[in-house]
Design a protein around this ligand. Structure first.
Ligand code: CP3
Length: 344
């Protein structure tokens, strides 16, 4: 069966493969000259996301260049609020900008045009599954409700998500309504991506590390568990990767509380803790993206430590967060070669 050869899927389901399969978060992005060229032709970032010709092209770029074992759909987590009627633009050097949502706006979010707006994303997934090599795992994704909500509430990125945290303390019911709506829509969005050909999906909770324990349970674990429940009801066998970035010791209960299949870990997770987490299923990560920028000894030692500590269990080699635009291509090549040539 074709799927048998997709080793990322085998590992996500708990098999140990050495050397481990490898891909990178944000592998299609500004560190690639071919990405910058396509982005210029497309016009803006959202034109890339909503045009299947461009989105397929940039998704395939890192696969052609590095032969990664997984390909991640090119899109953005903020297309979900956009499809719920919120405005969204990406400003050069500033990132995403939206009109901050007020408490009274939450009830006016409309799901009517949701799948219509996102139809080009589903078309991109369909085309990708046809164009990718048979052995390359295709990953769909969404943002976790909390992380998406932080941008909806502040209207832009902030270092500590103070606006969203305050919103939650002041308006707990409105926060719950917003997160519940995002969980339902995100689950539907992932189900459609899987229908279209995604082999597995990842839920990015990039800002889970700023919350206290009670809020982490309420804003991160509870809505992600709801997404997992809904996706599993339709696609019980599709692996789901959860990535609660910065969760620290709260990583320990995350898999059991949410039901995710595999756990994405950031570089601040000690490898000894990662080894324990791996006792319950696959882990994915966790090289510091700045080791990739630095290269040389810093890169080699970082790669070797992960392979040494986690290589004897189910591991998908990845960065601990997205690759940055400054990362030299030669360093990516060196990392891939070092992982692929590793011996036990
Ligand atoms: O290759 C891939 O990983 C797939 C594409 C992808 C993008 N964004 C493309 C992108 C994925 C999976 C994302 C997820 C995403 N988007 C997250 C979660 C993961 C993470 O990095 O924490 C978040 C928080 C966002 C929101 C977002 N989008 C921000 C904060 C920014 C600005 C920061 C930046 O790097 O510029 C974006 C823009 C964005 N999304 C770019 C890319 C390639 C850069 C846009 C450009 O080309 O100018």
């Amino acid at each position: 069966m074709a799927e048998k050869k997709r080793i990322v899927l085998d590992v996500l389901r708990g098999e140990t493969v050495f050397p481990p399969p490898i891909w990178m978060m944000r592998q299609a992005g500004r560190y690639l000259p071919e990405y910058r060229e396509t982005r210029k032709r497309a016009g803006g970032f959202l034109d890339l996301c909503y045009n299947p010709d461009f989105a397929v092209e940039v998704t395939l770029q890192p696969i052609k260049r590095f032969g990664f074992d997984a390909s991640i759909l090119f899109s953005d987590i903020l297309v979900v609020p956009h499809a719920l009627g919120r405005d969204l633009r990406f400003e050069e050097g500033r990132g995403p900008v939206m009109t901050p949502i007020a408490m009274e706006d939450i009830a006016t979010l409309s799901t009517e045009a949701f799948h219509e707006v996102l139809a080009p994303v589903y078309e991109t997934v369909r085309r990708l599954r046809k164009e990718l090599p048979e052995e390359t795992t295709l990953l769909g994704f969404c943002g976790a409700p909390w992380t998406v909500a932080t941008y909806m509430i502040a209207g832009h990125g902030t270092p500590d998500q103070a606006p969203a945290r305050l919103f939650g303390y002041r308006h707990p019911e409105a926060m719950r309504d917003l997160l519940d709506l995002l969980a339902r829509q995100s689950a539907d969005y992932l189900i459609r991506q899987i229908d279209a050909g995604a082999d597995a999906v990842q839920i990015f909770d990039s800002w889970s590390g700023v919350l206290d324990e009670a809020c982490f349970q309420d804003y991160c674990m509870r809505p992600v568990a709801e997404i997992v429940r809904r996706v599993r009801a339709v696609h019980p066998d599709t692996p789901i990767i959860g990535f609660p970035k910065g969760a620290g010791s709260l990583y320990d209960g995350y898999r059991a509380a949410t039901g995710i299949t595999a756990l994405g870990i950031d570089w601040s997770v000690p490898l000894s803790q990662a080894k324990t987490l791996q006792g319950h299923g696959a882990v994915q990560g966790n090289l510091d993206p700045l080791r990739l920028v630095a290269g040389g000894k810093a890169l080699d030692e970082g790669v070797d430590a992960i392979l040494r500590e986690l290589g004897s269990g189910p591991l998908v080699f990845n960065l601990g967060h997205g690759i940055t635009p400054e990362a030299p291509i030669a360093h990516v090549e060196r990392m891939v070669a070092r992982v692929r040539e590793a011996t036990t």
